[in-house]
Ligand binder design. Sequence first.
Ligand code: ATP
Length: 375
Amino acid sequence: MTDTTDTTGGDVRLTGISKAYGSFTAVHPLDLTVPNGSFFALLGASGCGKTTTLRMIAGLEDPSTGTIRLGDRDVTGLPPHKRPVNTVFQSYALFPHLTIFENIAFGLRRRGIRSVKKQVGEMLELVQLGDFAARRPHQLSGGQQQRVAVARALINHPRVLLLDEPLGALDLKLRRQMQLELKRIQTEVGITFIHVTHDQEEAMTMADTVAVMNGGRVEQQGAPAELYELPRTTFVANFLGSSNLIEATVTSTAGGEIAVTAGGTKLRLPADRCAGTPAAGEKLLAGVRPEKMSLVHADDAAGIDASRNRFTGTIRAAGFIGVSTQYIVDSPAGGTLEVYVQNLEHDTRLTPGAEVVLHWNPAHTFGLDPDRGTD
Ligand code: ATP
């Protein structure tokens, strides 16, 4: 299944990789570099081409164009079993008639290795199933079965482990636990994990680097915090959490700062947080995450620092969401805005119908090109 004689270190590098099925292009030519030893997530909605991309790395799908390199080896034309890669699927694909021990030992036995006890024991320990070696798959929970599938895929020391929605069949609570568990396993074994998911929280929790796919293209890739703090397209801004995207027109650009006007209200944002280089007169979407905004009753507006961006508005709706309260505010200049306020700061006057002022640090604003990326 995997090639343990391959010792070349290095990154997974996709260059100009694409896949067409007849006249339909599932993956447009893309370049991706997955750093060696990292946890990389391909994130996107159903049908965006993430599984196809993963299957091309596994060798289960021939690319229409491009090359795939693992370290210094070009593996583009190699069949799956010749690649130092293994895949874990959502369906686990365990052998029902074999014990957990034998399921994990399978890859070793297939290579003719007789003495498997030590290696299987280490794997059972890695996935914390030491007491379950003699059981059969149907005697384990979904999360435990998934851990067996991971152990079985790792036993031959692949250079890269591909995971195709591996937690998709688990309920939400178990899924969240398994995310941390998989991250721990990856850190412990130190090999490259490439994980496909449509769940943004899952990608953000586990991955060092996330590539956000949309319509067969990579929209943006980077560290989770970087994508969240500085989305470059409206798709990424909306797919990873919520964003207020305010329609504005650039009035001036000077001193590293962009001044814009939105419905007659002036806002400022740092030039280096704008996608592209907007010029005076051009349209721009000024983005702010809901938790970056503060909300005060209009009677208290005098206390707001003059350096902050602000909008006046009226609370349309308020909803308690545990640690914070979510407010929907109608602002004549900014449109419909969403704000999360920590409940520690709860002000009982902030109820639907109240006149309020929203304000935030200009440094937390990002600028997007309204013509780039889809919603
Ligand atoms: P999901 O999360 O639903 O699996 P995905 O992002 O992984 O979605 P892919 O499975 O990569 O998406 O599919 C991308 C597109 O390519 C889809 O529109 C799909 O219908 C199409 N596609 C995939 N495999 C084939 C095939 N063998 N023949 C024709 N079209 C295909």
